[in-house]
Design a protein around this ligand. Structure first.
Ligand code: SAM
Length: 268
């Protein structure tokens, strides 16, 4: 039984793989670098392997945990931290992060996320990016590669474009399966997402931009001409300097914004 075990049996349906490697835990905390004046939010604290280290360094920590059996374990374990620590028994996918804001202090979000919900959760958080200072996540390695990929790379697609529209994305380091109990079947990695205060490529209509990206990647193997035919014809694509015979993974973020802005102007 490890220091973080507390007799709790890991539940597969909640994606529970608890961190147990102390040197990896320290490395993650160094990367996050919590400060006393900051407001941290941890998604899926589990048995508190990261929580404990962060509480020692920061002023306020809100934790969001779905597994109701873990909530009392966390409350007991961190009772001594008083008001500094609050655990919310909630589903992070439906959680309103705005309610945590006090004194206009932006949130620093961290989480060793359950891998089955990680991409949906990141999309949910991107919609709150104006109240977030930064996010550090442990994810399946492939998801980190998708978040950080640029045009022409294998993993480049909707997730990376949407993340890079709102945030600077950094792939920090790999974490092997042996760092967890039970060990997952896949490699993991830590990613840092820092929302831009001013977007480098702001679209005139954010919703339309999202729709263009989603539609363009409807079928990866097809060209823009095919995927986008309901939204924009190939002559118009050519007029704005985009080759309709390209596949969507060749286009940069700025190209997608260009298509979206053209459509926004048409709508008036
Ligand atoms: N942070 C801990 C660690 O590093 O050892 C636990 C990580 S474990 C991979 C994922 C945690 O997220 C579990 O505690 C699980 O119960 C919790 N969880 C799963 N789905 C969740 C959701 N939708 N909202 C909040 N927490 C969730």
């Amino acid at each position: 039984m490890s220091k973080h075990d507390a007799g709790h049996k890991a539940r597969k349906r909640f994606g529970q793989n608890f961190l147990q490697d102390e040197s990896i835990i320290r490395r993650i905390i160094r990367a996050i670098n919590p400060k006393p004046e900051q407001h941290m939010v941890e998604i899926g604290p589990g048995l508190g392997a990261l929580t404990e280290e962060i509480l020692d360094l920061t002023g306020a920590l809100d934790a969001i945990e779905l597994d109701r059996d873990l909530v009392p374990i966390l409350r007991t374990k961190f009772f001594n931290y008083g008001d500094q620590f609050t655990v919310h028994e909630a589903d992070a996918m439906r959680f309103d992060f705005q309610q945590l804001i006090q004194d206009d202090r932006p949130l620093r979000i961290i989480g060793n996320l359950p891998y089955n919900i990680s991409t949906q959760l990141i999309f949910h958080l991107l919609s709150h990016s104006h109240i977030i200072e930064d996010m550090h996540f442990m994810l399946q390695k492939e998801v980190v590669l998708r978040l950080a990929a640029g045009p022409g790379e294998n993993n480049y697609g909707r997730l990376g474009i949407m993340a890079q529209y709102y945030c600077k994305v950094e792939n920090l380091f790999l974490v092997p399966p042996g760092a967890f109990h039970p060990a997952p079947k896949v490699d993991s990695a830590i990613v840092r997402l820092v929302p831009y205060k001013t977007l480098p490529y702001p679209a005139k209509d954010h919703k339309l931009f999202q729709q263009v990206v989603r539609t363009a990647f409807g079928q990866r193997r097809k060209t823009l001409r095919n995927n986008l035919k309901e939204l924009i014809d190939s002559d118009a694509l050519e007029r704005i300097g985009i080759d309709p015979n390209l596949r969507p993974e060749r286009l940069s973020l700025a190209d997608f914004v260009k298509i979206s802005d053209y459509l926004a102007d048409l709508k008036g």
